[in-house]
Design a protein around this ligand. Sequence first.
Ligand code: AHG
Ligand code: MN
Ligand code: MN
Length: 335
Amino acid sequence: MDKKNTTLGEFIIENQSSFQYSSGELSKLINAIRLAAKVVNHEVNKAGLIDILGAAGDTNIQGEDQQKLDVLANDRFIQTLKNREIVCGIASEEEDHFISVNSHDEKHQNKYVVLIDPLDGSSNIDVNVSVGTIFSIYRRVTPIGSPVTLEDFLQPGINQVAAGYIIYGTSTMLVYTTGDGVNGFTLNPAIGTFYLSHPRMEFPETGKIYSVNEGNYIHFPQGVKDYIKYCQREEDDRPYTSRYIGSLVSDFHRNMIKGGIYIYPKSSTASEGKLRLLYECNPMAFLAEQARGKASDGFRRIMEIQPTELHQRIPFFCGSRKMVEKAEEFMAAQK
Ligand code: AHG
Ligand code: MN
Ligand code: MN
């Protein structure tokens, strides 16, 4: 069959047998995410027509203003996952605490927990610029049939079973990995079906794009300042191009296709940076590594960091392998 005609539904079924001891639970879970993605896509597309733009009037646990679409996307994803009873726990950037889904009930034998950033790039909602959703899936570490605990969520990224994102862009795509490469599916909105449009996505080994919020330059560590100056110097294939959308999902997606590096460093005003290890950095790191790219906090491999808190933040350097390694050299020189 022509790969481009493969639907996400068919792809999930075809690949189910490749997981050892697969019971179909992970396939069902990815199917539920596929469904939630279509629901949120429908809402995002209507933004501007109905009253879902702007602030919701609350702040989340990290003190950030919640947008109406943050709340809506969060509700849709959680409801879709809960209704299908296919996970034992959910943690979300927009929820103070993790949610236990029937995991105290011995009848429920679900083994997976899901962590989500339901709406990434919320500052772009009101201005019609691409936003996304990020998800990360782990096997619980505590016994099946008992209530989930914090331990089930505080796992290093290397334990991820699957991770991915949905980008609500000029077209809507679902991009994910189960540890065997990265595949991208584009939604045909007329019939509501995702098709395999980007099989085996890979970061070019190096690239010419750097993505960082340079408005914060003055507050950056010296290593990051030096790397930015290196990107701007007229030498070899430089200066590079600067591209920063302000939605991690969109910046990552572009860099994976074209070659580039994304940096959200710590700064004198944000001691651990801004991005969340569990909802943003780990899933993107898993995708990056599966796509031959690299992700670090400037010094250490993101996926090996042992999380200590649900909403923990971490500096993030991610993208084409050679570019991340070069940035790490500058960081090491100033350590
Ligand atoms: P979120 O909308 O989920 O809070 O995440 C926004 C993140 C990320 O997507 C983006 O790259 C970054 O914040 C932008 O931050 P700045 O506005 O500080 O550059
Ligand atoms: Mn985000
Ligand atoms: Mn978010």
